[in-house]
Design a protein around this ligand. Structure first.
Ligand SMILES: NC(=O)c1ccc[n+]([C@@H]2O[C@H](COP(=O)([O-])OP(=O)(O)OC[C@H]3O[C@@H](n4cnc5c(N)ncnc54)[C@H](O)[C@@H]3O)[C@@H](O)[C@H]2O)c1
Length: 267
């Protein structure tokens, strides 16, 4: 659906960002995989190039550093070509009960998730505006629309993300640039959840987010029980919507934040 386009994906070295990078290449895009872990980004890009035959490049980028983000877009334009699609996906999550939350960690979450998205969109707009076309996509979360106990930094960053998307959409509409978000449910098999030390199953157990939960399995069961469609979210569920939003089929959509949650946001 996206033949011949050029896409930049932040946080593309693992998890959902890796899946998005591969899927957009399969849909016909050349892809730049940007991540703070440069070597991991390069190896993901190398695999995508072999699997899809598209051009793919990995770059080390810290989305909180404006020089890095500026260089990401300038390098892509100079070495790959004009950027059509920019996907702000990089994020971190540090869950702590509010009365114990560490202010430096709280700020770090806002810095990566919100300021990082702002810088990504700023420099994407800079290169897209003269061409009067482009597509900005944000990977948000159901926590961008509904508060999340013991997880205030993440939810605040994601609520802020929707304000950013709506504001950029309004400002960029006359310039031919659309800006939308996708709000996934819980990708329960992704490393964000399953990492034994920093993963959300472990973090939520430690933070006492699920009353009565004694093991990570208890946490998993509690999250599955919240989903009307009865299963966790998958990378494919999210990529299907992102590809649609990036395509011409969504040419009349801007400023939207689309839930992909199996109905969970209704509970
Ligand atoms: N996993 C889920 O259940 C879930 C649910 C809803 C929304 N999301 C959202 O999906 C997106 C991807 O999440 P994921 O589960 O793949 O997470 P992940 O932790 O597996 O991957 C995030 C990637 O971002 C990179 N990154 C972190 N800080 C960075 C920085 N400063 N600069 C550049 N790259 C940086 C990491 O190195 C990593 O490769 C995030 O926006 C997240 O909020 C995830």
């Amino acid at each position: 659906m996206l033949a011949g386009r050029i896409a930049v994906v932040t946080g593309g070295a693992q998890g959902l960002g890796e899946a998005i990078s591969l899927r957009f290449a399969r849909e016909g895009c050349d892809v730049v995989v940007a991540d703070i872990r440069g070597e991991a980004a390069e190896s993901v890009a190398a695999r995508i190039a072999i699997e899809t035959g598209r051009r793919a490049r990995g770059l080390r980028v810290d989305v909180t550093r404006e020089d890095d983000v500026r260089a990401l877009f300038d390098t892509t334009e100079a070495e790959i070509g004009p950027v059509d699609i920019a996907i702000a996906n990089a994020a971190i999550l540090i869950a702590e009960p509010i009365a114990e939350a560490d202010a430096a960690k709280w700020r770090a979450v806002i810095e990566v998730n919100l300021v990082g998205n702002f810088l990504t969109f700023k420099h994407a707009c800079r290169v897209m505006m003269p061409r009067r076309r482009g597509c900005l996509l944000q990977v948000n979360s159901k926590s961008g629309k509904k508060g999340s106990a013991a997880n205030s930094a993440y939810a605040a960053s994601k609520f802020g993300g929707i304000g950013l998307v709506q504001s950029v959409a309004l400002e960029m509409a006359p310039h031919g640039i659309r800006c939308n978000a996708v709000c996934p449910g819980n990708l329960l098999d992704s490393p964000l959840w399953t990492d034994p030390e920093h993963g959300l199953f472990a973090q939520y157990l430690r933070a006492g987010k699920v009353p009565g939960a004694r093991t990570v399995e208890d946490v998993r069961r509690a999250y599955l029980a919240q989903v009307p469609l009865g299963r966790g979210c998958t990378y494919e569920d999210v990529c299907n919507v992102l590809v649609f939003l990036a395509s011409d089929a969504a040419s009349y959509m801007t400023g939207q934040a689309i839930n992909v949650t199996g109905g969970q946001e209704m509970r």
